[in-house]
Write a protein that binds this ligand. Structure first.
Ligand code: 5AD
Ligand code: SF4
Length: 447
């Protein structure tokens, strides 16, 4: 039997914000067991890799990290210390039993809908060292009902309100790893939001794979949409800033657009992925919107709040993407002038329809297109940042800065801002005069 006194845990998170949220919930479970978090993997008695399967690179990185974890485990064993190695997240769901074949030294593997069992599983391994556990069930029970209460770790918290996706974009593994859409009940979300506010958060980012298709039940069993939830969260005194991520263009309704006009707490920044500017590519991606549908939504949002800044995800080199298709993506960028964006080379994911489509694009072309797209995106991002110089912006300081005496935080537009500031301002929203800007960050002084 392993004693747990003084034991430490280390969690490494790959991928999206939902994984960051899940890792936080797992950390709270291990805290409850009396374990202490460490950022040094070698010191940890329990190591958890919370994995991402969205692109091949991310998924494969997990196995090299696991290999390294095994070496560390052996070195620690020589010092008389045991290490429990666990894997959670989307790679587990996608690989299922294969994961234990590829990495037989893994002690437990829990799918993204099953990590609520973490405490019980670690406990069992502590008690019976040769126990091995794999759980990838797509359960009907909601993990959220089984998790201990959440707690803020800082001024800004994620809050999962919806999980899974019914869109089945032809490139995407999410419907297979996170399952079909599920919305949490309104009251559960508000309870968690209030708790996060009470324990120190002033900003909430409501999360879901398709967050604006939220349709949870209220206390009377009535279905409510995201707009309703945003108004309710905005009523919580301690919460000063609200965001929501990630939205699907075809599901942006007029209620949601009205929130951007009426809710002061809702930040003037929206991540709304278009993926491609070509209708024929969008069609083959099985997206339920055209390029014009998307642009109409952006126009309406800008009408509701002219100060809104847009962000997006893009995929280049989707099967069959011609030079002309790609040019149309660049046209959308020139039209919307994104203030920030994420762009990726198409990655073939086993089991998804696009992986077996004709017209796969060669790596060289993908690379060239990505470069052209990113140069253009960065030019708009840099311009937006440079235009911020001289302005006063409210910044939520989230961490210590790169240099001593500095704090780093986010502007309403998610820009990273570094400022010389007293530690007492950590987790507070403070007016900062922006003095300098680059593509990825701003610097300023407390105004
Ligand atoms: N290849 C490349 N990018 C992908 N994304 C999702 N699946 C793939 C894939 N197979 C991107 C999309 C999505 C973001 C989270 O990841 O742009 O919005
Ligand atoms: Fe994947 Fe498409 Fe769902 Fe986004 S909307 S999670 S890209 S299937």
């Amino acid at each position: 039997m392993l004693k747990r006194m003084g034991k430490k845990y280390f969690i490494k998170t790959f991928g999206c914000q939902m994984n960051v949220y899940d890792s936080g919930r797992m950390a709270r479970m291990l805290d409850e067991m009396g374990l202490k978090e460490t950022t040094v993997q070698r010191d940890a008695d329990v190591v958890v890799f919370n994995t991402c399967h969205i692109r091949e690179k991310a998924a494969e990185k997990v196995f090299s990290d696991l290999g390294r974890a095994y070496l560390i485990k052996q070195e620690r064993l020589a010092e008389g210390k045991d290490t429990v190695i666990g894997v959670t997240g989307c790679v587990v769901q996608a690989e299922d039993a294969e994961i234990l074949k590829r990495a037989p030294y893994v002690d437990f593997a829990l799918g993204p809908l099953r990590y609520f069992r973490l405490k019980e599983v670690v406990e069992e391994i502590f008690n019976k060292r040769d126990a091995k556990l794999l759980d990838t069930e797509f359960s009907a029970v909601s993990k959220f009902d089984k998790l201990p209460e959440n707690k803020a770790e800082g001024g800004c918290s994620y809050l999962a309100i919806q999980e899974g996706c019914n869109n089945f974009c032809t490139y995407c593994v999410v419907p297979y790893t996170r399952g079909v859409e599920m919305s949490r009940p309104v009251e559960d979300i508000l309870r968690e939001a209030r708790r996060l506010a009470e324990t120190g958060s002033v900003e909430l980012n409501l999360l879901g794979q398709n967050v604006n298709s939220y349709h949870g039940e209220d206390a009377n069993g009535k279905e409510r949409n995201l707009a309703y939830l945003l108004y309710k969260v905005a009523e919580i005194d301690g919460i000063k800033r609200i965001r929501y991520t990630t939205s699907y263009p075809a599901d942006v309704d007029d209620d949601l657009i009205r929130c951007h006009k009426e809710l002061d707490k809702l930040m003037p920044y929206l991540h709304l992925p278009i993926q491609s500017g070509s209708d024929s590519v969008l069609k083959r991606m099985n997206r339920r919107h055209t390029r014009d549908d998307y642009l109409r939504v952006v126009d309406k949002l800008k009408e509701a709040n002219p100060a809104i800044g847009m962000s997006s995800d893009f995929i280049v080199g989707f099967p069959g993407e011609s030079d002309d298709d790609f040019k149309q993506t660049l046209e959308v960028v020139n039209r919307v002038k994104y203030i920030q964006a994420f762009s990726f080379k198409y990655s073939r994911r086993p089991g998804t329809p696009a992986a077996v489509m004709e017209g796969q694009i060669e790596e060289k072309v993908k690379k060239e297109r990505l470069q052209v797209l990113q140069d253009l995106l960065f030019s708009y991002q840099t311009k937006f940042n440079k235009d911020s110089v001289g302005k006063i912006m409210p910044v939520l300081f989230e961490t210590k800065g790169r240099h001593k005496g500095q704090l780093a935080g986010r502007s309403p537009y998610m820009q990273n801002v570094h400022t010389a500031a007293d530690m007492s301002l950590l987790n507070k929203i403070v007016d900062v005069r922006i003095t300098d800007a680059s593509t990825n960050s701003l610097s300023g002084e407390v105004a």
